[in-house]
Design a protein around this ligand. Structure first.
Ligand code: HEM
Length: 472
């Protein structure tokens, strides 16, 4: 494809998706039916132009081109574009939004806290929060699953970062709800800024709430960082690791840089983890046999009230279900880049300053990459870690991105999700509480809407597939 430009002797135009209208471009389609619109794009080719408002954006739809942009020839494609540039302002010098030029240093200074050997240490804090949330659940209760998972994901992310935030004087649902409200305001605001950047400058109440939420979180994080500096002890959490690593090194993160990394991790980690937990529970609630197998496995693997880090190697069925959820509902369904030099992509000459959008959702739903892609089928993942790694290398399965800007929290968040699901499912069976369909809403992340599940305490032994259920 690459030499098509030369062969033709002219510069071919990237095909433009149909249905764009003046001023709004394709925004209406993207907001009204995000996944339907995205899945119409590969029919134009591996590179297609859409317009977000008046802004031209190139959507990369094929795995080879995605691999070129993120891995093989990434230099012309820096962080930026519609998804990142309008949120960069509140991430400051955060790892997820910073330009490539400063990324290497920040990644070197933050990576050690997410090393595999550190993860076991955080899992006790994860267990504490799972117990805090599930401890009050009652037989027959109907959960607004996404809301509960948001609280749980937020508690896990905040507590693993700052072990003390929700304990002691700050314990109680008031502090949790307040922080969750701030994070939700920022995540919603980020999506508005992405699709309608001009709206962020208007004197709207939503923009004031956004500024207040940012100010409140900044203040709280700065206060906590200062207290850690004064206290000096290791609290076994991410912030202690970030600072311990800092000490003795010539190059260290300033307090403002630490604040920006913490803020980034809150925004990048909470909504995504909540959505993946909720989608996993949704799919398991629809498949009684799979759900029973996962529950049996979790019960056998873990003897305590919640699953522990050591139990993780004994949950193969759950691992497959989690991988399949990441394929079918990749929470981070799109992210962007901007070209910093002129380049050639898919045979098209792309000028510097072009916006480029990558959508894991498109790749994961291409029928030429995954048979029957809309079917939830954990059996696709025979040997999960090997199959997933292979699919990621081929840029077919990239829920955490790929290449040098791949999600730093990948293993941490898969651990948290697996521990949470194992802990819940060994004790509770969740079944749909209504017949109303669960729908998908696309904001910065793709979230389930209308997911109400009823709790039922498990009775073991559970019947195996095809076995008759004997009433007790
Ligand atoms: C289900 C959970 C998660 C999903 C689906 C997810 C997804 C992603 C994706 C797709 C990227 C790459 C974006 C790009 O290339 O432009 C990314 C980057 C990143 N994620 Fe996550 N993430 C998750 C959880 C987390 C958690 C728990 C944290 C931190 C506590 C985190 C922190 C980050 C950071 C800092 C980056 C930027 C990495 C870099 O540029 O070096 N994420 N994430």
């Amino acid at each position: 494809m690459a030499d098509q430009t030369q062969r033709a002797g002219t510069t071919p135009q990237v095909p433009c998706a149909r249905g764009g209208v003046p001023l709004l471009g394709h925004l209406r389609q993207l907001l009204a039916d995000p996944t339907g619109f995205l899945m119409s794009l590969p029919s134009y080719g591996d590179l297609v132009e859409i317009r977000l408002g008046t802004r031209r954006t190139l959507v990369v739809c094929g795995p080879e081109l995605v691999s070129q942009v993120l891995v093989k020839d990434h230099r012309p494609f820096d962080k930026g574009g519609p998804f990142f540039e309008n949120v960069a302002e509140f991430f400051g010098n955060g790892l997820a939004t910073c330009p490539d030029a400063v990324h290497t240093r920040l990644r070197r200074l933050t990576q050690p806290v997410f090393r595999r050997e550190q993860l076991a240490g955080y899992s006790d804090l994860v267990g504490r929060e799972i117990e805090a949330v599930t401890g009050s659940w009652r037989e027959g209760q109907v959960l607004d699953v996404y809301q509960v998972m948001q609280e749980l994901a937020m508690r896990i992310t905040v507590s693993t970062m700052f072990a003390s935030w929700f304990s002691g004087s700050q314990a109680g649902s008031g502090a949790v709800r307040e922080t969750l409200g701030h994070v939700d305001t920022l995540v919603s605001g980020a999506f508005v800024r992405m699709v309608a950047p001009g709206a962020a400058r208007l004197p709207l109440p939503s923009n004031r709430r956004y500024e207040q939420a940012r100010g409140a979180l900044y203040g709280k994080i700065e206060e906590t960082v200062a207290a850690y500096r004064r206290g000096g002890q290791d609290r076994g959490d991410l912030l202690s690791r970030l600072m311990a690593h800092d000490e003795g090194s010539k190059d260290t993160l300033s307090d403002t840089e630490i604040r920006d990394q913490v803020m980034t991790m809150f925004i990048a980690g909470i909504g995504t983890t909540a959505a993946m937990l909720a989608w996993s529970l949704h799919y398991l609630s629809l498949d009684g046999d799979l759900d029973a197998e996962v529950a049996r496995e979790a019960k056998a693997a873990s003897s305590g009230p919640v699953a522990l880090h050591d139990d993780l190697t004994r949950l193969p069925t759950l691992d497959k279900a989690v991988a399949e959820t990441f394929r079918i509902r990749p929470a981070a369904w799109m992210f962007s880049r901007v070209t910093v030099t002129e380049t050639v992509l898919g045979g098209y000459r792309i000028p510097a300053g072009s916006d480029v959008l990558i959508s894991p959702y498109i790749l994961h739903h291409r029928p030429d990459l995954f048979t029957d892609p809309d079917r939830f089928d954990p059996q696709r993942w025979d040997d999960v870690s090997a199959d997933w790694a292979r699919a990621e290398r081929a840029a077919m399965m990239i829920p955490f991105g790929t290449g040098f800007r791949k999600c730093i929290g990948r293993d941490f968040s898969v651990m948290n999700i697996t521990l949470t699901l194992a802990s819940i499912l060994k004790t509770w069976k969740l079944t749909p509480a209504t017949t109303a369909p669960v729908t998908l809403q696309g904001r910065s992340i793709i979230e389930p809407r209308g997911l109400a599940l009823r709790l039922q305490r498990r009775q073991f032994p559970l019947p195996r597939q095809g076995e008759a259920v004997t009433p007790r």
